[in-house]
Design a binder for this molecule. Structure first.
Ligand code: FPP
Ligand code: MG
Length: 333
């Protein structure tokens, strides 16, 4: 991880810088997102007002805007699609927090912990529908098709995850297939929509989609890794939460196959994990090199993402996409 750590020290501000670079279109994206929620009546507005202001990184809008700029010269045509992608992400997190029994997200109470599961799920449904409306407004049915396929895949990704909770036979391939659906497809879709709205050629659309998919895979591998290394204050949720829920991610899948992994298998199979044992697993995962291994897998996806950009014109937007891929590997929250 040493080489990666060096690169990360050199590129710590990428997200802030790219947000600055895209300040104008990102402000419009925020406006569209708020409008979409404000179209609801009371008490829907009251319920959802805070859910858009939770300090998200806005990665999906950034991807859509940069994709459009990289292929058409301006991010402007992608504003509505960028807002729709972030709304879909927001809706999926409202549902995911119910599924995961997560009390906090980014250090703040989740909607279901404040209002209950029913309202959190229904609020997510409302936001999802408003996102589809925004996409319909673009008049481009290909975007609707791409997003419908994406949301279906996300749902299936979560279903797969639930069916395989505590499943110690989960392989790395199973894990990658699951995170491709639950996370990567939406990033690929954001890139695809931006590219299509810029009038890109089919091969350029495919290149950006491939970039988004690889970046999404790297993002989720890092997200899952942070569950073992991050501390609660930066990650915004308790360390080891995935494992406690029975969600086997790459570090633990790797550690399970080590000679000393039997104890983890035993605890999982007997559903006998406790916060103290999860801490012990976190130590084992580190000792067995499983974090380094997972980090290496994420790095491989970042290289894949960068390679996908190679055929695109040399523009500032392409350079930002390249830098963003590296940043996602380095993030700590
Ligand atoms: C976070 O995963 C969750 C996702 C990336 C996708 C969730 C998808 C759904 C609930 C199905 C689709 C639903 C809609 C409304 C579009 P995580 O739990 O690993 O990450 P976390 O640590 O951020 O919670
Ligand atoms: Mg979750």
């Amino acid at each position: 991880m040493r080489e990666a750590a060096r690169r990360c020290r050199e590129a710590p501000d990428t997200l802030a810088l790219v947000q600055q670079y895209l300040a104008e279109p990102l402000a419009l994206v925020e406006e569209r997102m708020h409008q979409a929620v404000l179209e609801g009546e009371e008490p829907t507005r009251q319920l959802l007002a805070g859910s858009l202001r939770q300090g998200g990184k806005r990665i999906r809008p950034i991807l859509a805007l940069l994709a459009a700029e990289a292929l058409g010269g301006s991010p402007a045509p992608a504003v509505d699609a960028a807002a729709a992608a972030e709304l879909i992400h927001t809706a999926s997190l409202l549902h995911d927090d119910v599924v995961d029994h997560a009390a906090t997200r980014r250090g703040k109470p989740t909607l279901h912990s404040l209002w209950g599961n029913k309202l959190a799920v229904l609020g997510g449904d409302f936001i999802l529908a408003q996102a589809l409306r925004l996409l319909l407004g673009t008049g481009d049915l290909r975007l609707m098709e791409s997003m419908a396929t994406t949301v279906a895949a996300m749902g299936e990704g979560e279903i797969l995850q639930i069916f395989h909770l505590f499943d110690t036979d989960t392989t790395e391939e199973d894990y990658l297939a699951r995170i491709r659906r639950k996370t990567a497809v939406l990033m690929a879709c954001a890139c695809e929509m931006g590219a299509r709205l810029a009038g890109a050629s089919p091969s350029a659309v495919e290149a950006l989609k491939a970039y988004g998919m690889a970046v999404g895979l790297a993002f989720q591998v890092v997200d899952d890794l942070l569950d073992y290394v991050g501390d609660q204050t930066t990650v915004g949720k308790p360390v080891g939460s995935d494992l406690l829920e029975g969600n086997l991610t790459l570090p633990v899948i790797h550690a399970l196959r080590k000679p000393g992994g039997g104890v983890i298998r035993d605890w999982l199979e007997r559903r006998a994990l406790t916060p103290k044992r999860v801490q012990h697993v976190a130590d084992l995962v580190r000792r067995y090199g499983s974090l380094d291994y997972a980090y290496g897998v994420a790095e491989g996806f970042v290289k894949e993402a960068q390679a996908a950009l190679a055929g695109l014109p040399d523009t500032p937007a392409r350079a930002w996409l390249d830098a963003l891929a590296v940043y996602l590997l380095c993030r700590e929250s």
